[in-house]
Ligand binder design. Structure first.
Ligand code: TA6
Length: 275
C-alpha cells in the first residue's frame, strides 16, 4: 500500500516533509538548499523503509545484537506513528509523534512501552526521541537516528570530531581507532564509541554541516560506495557520491536498559554553516 502524502512543516526559510509512516523526516531544506539526502529509487510502500531523510532505528540496530533480528533496524521506521501535536513556535514548527505497542506489534513482545518523537523544524533541525518503560519489567533496546546528509561529493568531505575515538569497522569486522578527520575513500561503515558531535566540511557545496547529539554513546558513519549501492534496489547506482550518513544512537555495548517507569531521550541537532 502506498503512503499518504507527507506533512509540510517549518518556517519561511526552513521546510521539512514528514511522513506519519515511520515518523520519517523525509526532506529538509534551508533557504531552498536540501540538507538531507533522499534516493530517487526509494520505495514508498508500507512494510518497506524509506531510503533517505532520517529513518528511526528502534528497538534494535541493523540485525540487532543477536545478529538475526528482522526487520532490519527494528519496527519503528515501518510503523504508522500517531501525530499527537503540531505547534508553531514562531522560529520553528514542532511535530510530536507517539508510537505504542498496538502500532508496532512484535516490537518488544511482552513489554509495555511508549516512544515519543519531537521534530522541530527551524533554523536548525532538532530531533528528540524518548523511549519509556510503562511495564513492570526492565528491557533494553538499541536506537539510532539514521540521518542521510546531502553532500556535494562524499570523496571530498572531511568529518571532524571523531579523532581518537575507537570504532568497529563493519566492513572488515575489526576494531580500530580514528586518527584525525574521517575521510571517505571506499565503502565506509563504522560504529564509533563516541556520541555525535561532528562537523562535516563540504567544499563542493561550500558549507559545513554540524551534528550535535545528546544521550548518544555512538556515532555511525556510512557510505555504501559503488558495489553496495548497486546491490540495493532502492538506491541508485550513481547516487552514493551525494550522500553521507552521520547517525547518532546507542547500540551494541551501549544498548539502553530501562527499568520500569524509566525513560531515555536521544537528541540530534543538525545545523548548516557557510564555509
Ligand atoms: O547505518 C549503517 C547501516 O547499518 C549499514 O550497515 C547499512 O545496512 C545501512 O545501515 C542501511 O540499512 P538499511 O536496512 O536501511 O538498508
Amino acid at each position: 500500500m502506498t503512503l499518504d502524502v507527507p506533512r509540510e512543516v517549518g518556517t519561511e526559510r526552513s521546510v521539512a516533509q514528514v511522513y506519519d509512516y515511520g515518523a520519517h523526516v523525509w526532506s529538509w531544506s534551508l533557504d531552498g538548499h536540501d540538507v538531507l539526502w533522499t534516493s530517487v529509487k526509494s520505495l514508498f510502500e508500507t512494510g518497506k523503509a524509506l531510503r533517505g531523510g532520517v529513518p528511526i532505528c528502534w528497538p534494535w540496530f541493523g540485525p540487532g545484537r543477536s545478529g538475526d533480528l528482522t526487520p532490519a533496524h527494528g519496527f519503528a521506521r515501518i510503523s504508522e506513528w500517531a501525530l499527537a501535536g503540531r505547534v508553531d513556535r514562531g522560529n520553528a514548527e514542532v511535530l510530536t509523534y507517539v508510537l505504542d505497542p498496538e502500532a508496532a506489534p512484535g516490537a518488544l513482545p511482552g513489554e509495555d512501552w511508549r516512544v515519543t518523537y519531537e521534530v522541530s523544524v527551524g533554523d536548525e533541525l532538532e530531533l528528540a526521541l524518548t523511549a519509556e518503560n510503562r511495564g513492570a519489567t526492565s528491557f533494553s533496546y538499541e536506537v539510532a537516528l539514521h540521518t542521510y546528509l546531502a553532500v556535494g561529493d562524499v570523496r571530498q568531505v572531511a568529518i571532524a570530531g571523531l579523532d581518537g575515538a575507537s570504532y568497529l569497522d563493519k566492513v572488515t569486522g575489526q576494531p580500530e581507532v580514528q586518527v584525525g578527520d574521517v575521510t571517505i575513500v571506499a565503502e565506509t561503515d563504522r560504529v564509533y564509541d563516541r556520541g555525535a558531535d561532528v562537523v562535516v566540511t563540504d567544499p563542493v557545496l561550500g558549507r559545513r554541516l554540524r551534528v550535535a547529539s545528546e544521550g548518544a554513546a555512538n556515532t555511525v558513519v556510512w557510505n555504501p560506495w559503488v558495489a553496495k549501492s548497486a546491490a540495493m534496489p532502492d538506491f541508485g547506482d550513481d547516487e552514493w557520491p551525494g550522500m553521507l550518513c552521520i547517525e547518532a544512537g546507542n547500540m551494541l555495548d551501549h544498548a539502553v536498559s530501562l527499568e520500569p517507569g524509566g525513560s531515555e531521550t536521544l537528541r540530534y541537532r543538525l545545523a548548516v554553516e557557510a564555509s
